[in-house]
Design a protein around this ligand. Structure first.
Ligand code: AMP
Ligand code: ZN
Length: 173
């Protein structure tokens, strides 16, 4: 996607402070942090939302979310995290390229939990809401086709590979 800012980052046209990387995802410090160490984890390949991704790419994205979370905790000694996605316009997604926010939390920082995102309790009872979801046309597993197989690469230690990738990007850890 030519104009997508996160695709530009993935193509290295915009510099970032990378905190981690794997074959299909990059984690970097948010330019407008809501907390110290606020990080976004993006897919290298463009996809608007999680719903547009295949299982392998989702696994890889969340694997990097885990690694980045550990790295941030090691560096900042934070007490916890909020980890989540703003999905679609109604969910507050400003950049339509899938990204997971990793927000470090510190005891007494004054922030809330997921429950403070919205206060819109249902007007119908829980059975009525459940019936609507249950009675909807079943959603089929329609994961996009995986990319064609790449040439087999020699197996490297995850740590060495990450270091090499970050060096290759000439980015800060
Ligand atoms: P969202 O509202 O979920 O779409 O969040 C997009 C996030 O990307 C915001 O928190 C922005 O501050 C962040 N962001 C946008 N451009 C950059 C950039 N060049 N480098 C780092 N973070 C960015
Ligand atoms: Zn994109």
């Amino acid at each position: 996607m030519d104009d997508c800012i996160f695709c530009k980052i993935a193509r290295r046209e915009i510099a970032v402070k990378a905190v981690g990387m794997n074959d299909s995802a990059i984690a970097f410090l948010d330019i407008n942090p809501v907390a110290p160490g606020h990080t976004v984890v993006i897919t290298k390949k463009h996809a608007a939302t999680l719903m547009d991704m295949n299982d392998a790419d989702i696994a890889s994205l969340f694997s990097l979310v885990r690694t980045a979370t550990r790295q941030i905790k090691a560096g900042l000694k934070c007490d916890g995290f909020n980890i989540g996605l703003n999905q679609e316009k109604a969910g507050g997604q400003a950049i339509p390229h899938v990204h997971v926010h990793v927000i470090p939390r510190f005891d007494g920082d004054g922030g809330g939990s997921m429950h403070s995102i919205v206060r819109n309790p249902p007007k119908e009872n829980i059975d009525a809401v459940y019936k609507k979801i249950k009675d909807a046309e079943p959603v089929k597993e329609q994961a996009p086709e995986p990319e064609p197989e790449q040439e087999a690469k020699p197996v490297e230690k995850e740590e060495d590979r990450t270091k090499k990738m970050l060096k290759d990007w000439e980015l800060d850890l």
